[in-house]
Ligand binder design. Structure first.
Ligand SMILES: [Zn+2]
Length: 254
């Protein structure tokens, strides 16, 4: 998040739109539109300047102190493969992305993992308050392995469960980013040892640097997903599709 976009990488990001407008998930553009508008409204944000289908699910900004030039991309195939398959879970994915926008615009400077956990936490607090079912969203996230850009799925699921329970005990309109972040910080402190253990375990597995910066705040670590998709297409002789995924996987590692 602290890393910024130069014009070149911004153009690269824009080139990633419309690579995969697949609707295999059963989602329609208007459903996604509704989820994005609903989440933006809830968190007091303008609708993203640009949004549409692309090769990943994530959000980015030219000026990360302002929410007015944000770009939001979603990938139906990736969401479908994760198990995001109903409107409630789609609403929560878009909440997660919206909180990236909030944290950026309000200059909250968490570490890479903590930033993701904050987005999950505030999303689940919204779900608790508004009575949005979290089961599919939580299961989808719990199934992810994590890595340099995202904590392991079980850690994320723990933050989601805790925040959901807190949100359930609050009235619907009782929301402020600052108040929710205080609750988040308390749970972050409570889980600090688990987080450090998880980081060192994943680090030894992946041998990656946690200081890696990313210029797009993705929903999940999707480099692995693109590599898997590339292998699938290669096995079927679909080389241009495979190359698109390899190109995207390389971008994810930037
Ligand atoms: Zn994220």
């Amino acid at each position: 998040m602290e890393d910024f976009f130069n014009e070149m990488s911004y153009q690269e990001i824009l080139n990633r739109f419309d690579i995969d407008p697949s609707t295999a998930s059963g989602f329609t553009e208007s459903m996604v539109h509704d989820s994005i508008v609903g989440a933006s409204h809830y968190f007091g944000l303008p609708i993203p300047m640009i949004f549409g289908a692309g090769d990943t699910t994530g959000v980015m900004s030219m000026d990360n102190t302002s929410p007015f030039d944000d770009v939001l991309m979603y990938n139906f195939s990736e969401l479908h493969d994760l198990g995001i398959n109903d409107k409630a879970s789609l609403d929560l994915v878009m909440s997660h992305e919206s909180i990236h926008r909030v944290l950026s615009a309000t200059k909250h400077d968490y570490g890479v993992w903590e930033n993701e956990l904050a987005c999950d936490f505030l999303t689940a607090m919204r779900a608790g308050r508004e009575g949005i079912n979290i089961d599919i969203f939580k299961d989808a996230i719990e199934s992810t392995l994590g890595g340099s850009t995202h904590p392991s799925g079980n850690l994320r699921a723990d933050f989601i469960q805790k925040a959901y329970e807190l949100g359930q005990n609050q009235i619907e309109n009782d929301f402020s980013v600052e108040k929710d972040l205080i609750a988040f910080q308390e749970h972050l402190d409570y889980r600090s040892v688990d987080i450090e253990v998880c980081k060192s375990t994943l680090l030894s597995l992946s041998n990656e640097m946690f200081a890696d910066s990313h210029n797009i705040s993705n929903f999940v670590n999707d480099k692995d997903w693109h590599i898997k998709e590339a292998q699938w297409h290669t096995e079927r002789g679909e080389h241009s599709e495979a190359n698109e995924h390899i190109r995207s996987a390389k971008m994810c590692s930037k």
